[in-house]
Design a protein around this ligand. Structure first.
Ligand code: GLN
Length: 541
């Protein structure tokens, strides 16, 4: 193909939550499977600089990249589908755009000029879109515009992409994702909301090239014809997107609908290479043909919104498929767990995962869950705060330090077994100031070393507090060992109880690195341990 990077913009209409992220990731997967290099970018129209300061209830999980950017959870889907790392450049918010323009204004970059949404904000957006394209590393940049067409706040993004099409007509196409509601009373799929949404786009000067229509029923050729006619697109550019069993079926469904071919045609790209989805299809086969099932409790405080733990639940899917195991996650609210009810609430689980988190709420419940798993020899996996509460629980109930705590929650504890990191002590700003992104870890042994099969690893971080090494000797003497250490600053990254069938706590977030093609070794080893425990339980019964 020509060496010019192509830009594919994905907008959404009619309703939010139609799955622009999954459609973008699926298209990217199909293009990648044809041998093209592809990346995906997300534009978020809110004013936060990044989602790092948002409560997960607001926007789901905050996903962390290798370079330490706190980003939208859709970037997690991009990495899980493409198996290629993203970076700060892959997620831009209105807040970041305004911050950059205002900083330039203060520096005098626009001296003498009135600084305005058009052209200054739109130019800034265009520059951010082109950062990835200008690297020359990609054949395609797929840019997902957050929000729904017609929202006031996404307007500058829509205007910026309209201008990009005007500047590079042969390099840019637009995909619009809409919904075809089904009216049970008349037994019909309705196209009017789609027509109106496209009308709105055209009012803004954008004619979509391709329409992807979400629908719970088959979209007949006559409906496609009608949509094509009224929305001014080719009939083969109306793509049906039926509800899928899992998000991982979507690339295959989109291939059947020829979305990738329609995109290549729209951009005038000829290729004989068909998508090679061998590895992907093997994964789907394993996912659909499991040999065993385990029940794992996910103990967290944001469990009402499953998106809050998206990377963790997807990591279970990838690792489970690799070892032909279905992981049934039981979502347990840490707020509701007490010493009195923990036995009853966690009964029957084959494994316990204590999730990451911030602040006081739910911490005591998480500590109860650790105690239950430790004492009943149930496989335990603690991630970030989950590792920290495991350390606190051990101090209280094994070392006998009854008021042991993390200074995040009790600044006056006599046993600050989880302490604030040195480099965090003088930080006053909240946004983007945690320990973020990839750091090295040296593995000393234990289940972690067995799982990774190599002693030098890197994993991503997002925290302010750490294991307090001044207690290390007491822990070692009583059976909780550090088995992973940061080789540069000596921070404890992993703790394990070797006497326990499986007890691993990690300060980092392994879930961010799990992809379809590379399931995470710690998730695999944890699931394997839960399956073994289940077998033992069954043979006792
Ligand atoms: N609140 C803890 C800290 O900041 C844990 C963070 C997390 O679980 N991501 O260290």
């Amino acid at each position: 193909m020509s060496n010019k990077t192509k830009y594919i913009f994905v907008t959404g209409g009619v309703a939010s939550s139609l799955g622009k992220g999954i459609i973008s990731a699926s298209l990217a997967k199909l293009l990648q499977a044809r041998g093209f290099s592809v990346t995906i970018q997300k534009m978020d129209p809110y004013l936060n600089i990044d989602p790092g300061t948002l409560n997960p209830y607001e926007h789901g999980e905050c996903y962390v990249t290798e370079d330490g950017a706190e980003t939208d959870l859709d970037l997690g889907h991009y990495e899980r589908f493409l198996n290629v790392a993203t970076s700060q450049a892959n997620n831009v918010t209105t807040g970041r755009i305004y911050q950059s323009v205002i900083n330039k204004e203060r520096k005098g970059v626009y001296l003498g000029k009135t600084v305005q949404v058009i052209p200054h904000i739109t130019n800034e957006i265009k520059e951010h879109i082109k950062i990835l394209g200008n690297t020359g590393d990609f054949d395609f940049i797929i840019t997902e515009i957050g929000g729904t067409v017609g929202d006031i706040e996404s307007l500058p993004f829509i205007e910026a992409i309209r201008q990009l099409k005007w500047e590079m007509p042969k390099e840019v196409i637009f995909i619009h994702l809409t919904l075809l509601p089904y009216l049970a009373t008349s037994g019909e799929l309705k196209t009017k909301p789609t027509q109106h949404s496209v009308m709105k786009l055209r009012e803004y000067g954008i004619q979509p090239d391709i329409l992807v229509c979400r629908s719970e029923k088959k979209v007949d050729p006559s409906i496609k014809e009608k949509i094509a006619r009224f929305c001014n697109v080719h009939v083969e550019s109306v793509i049906e997107s039926l509800d899928a069993k899992t998000i991982y079926e979507v690339p295959v469904l989109m291939q059947k609908e020829k979305l990738d071919q329609v995109v290549l045609d729209a951009l005038d790209i000829n290729t004989n290479k068909e998508p090679d989805l061998k590895v992907w299809n093997e994964f789907l086969y394993n996912l659909n043909n499991p040999k065993r099932t385990v029940e794992i409790g996910l103990i967290g405080k944001y469990v009402e919104l499953k998106d809050s733990y998206k990377s963790i639940s997807e990591a279970f899917v990838h690792a489970g498929a690799r070892i032909n195991t279905v992981v049934n996650l039981k979502w347990i609210h840490s707020d509701t767990l007490t010493a009195e009810n923990v036995n009853e609430k966690l009964a029957g689980l084959n494994g316990v995962l204590v999730a990451p988190g911030f602040g006081t709420r739910g911490v005591e419940g998480k500590i109860e869950a650790v105690k239950f798993a430790r004492e009943h020899e149930i496989p335990f996996f603690g991630i970030c705060l989950g590792m920290q509460v495991a350390v606190i629980e051990f101090a209280r109930n094994v070392l006998g330090y009854k008021d042991a705590h993390s200074v995040e929650i009790d600044t006056n504890t006599s046993f600050p077994v989880i302490n604030m990191m040195e480099d965090q002590k003088n930080i006053e700003k909240m946004g983007g100031t945690m320990r973020l992104g990839a750091y090295k870890c040296h593995l000393l042994g234990g289940k972690a070393l067995d799982a990774y099969g190599t002693s030098e690893i890197t994993e991503r971080h997002r925290h302010r507090y750490e294991f307090n090494s001044s207690f290390e000797e007491q822990y070692k003497a009583s059976g909780m060992l550090p088995t992973g250490i940061n080789p540069d600053n000596k921070l404890v990254e992993i703790v394990e109880i070797p006497e326990h069938p499986y007890f691993v706590g990690v300060q980092f977030h392994p879930e961010y690195k799990s992809t379809v093609e590379n399931p995470h070794p710690l998730f695999i080893s944890f699931i394997e341990a839960t399956a073994e425990e289940k077998l033992k339980e069954l043979s006792k019964a």
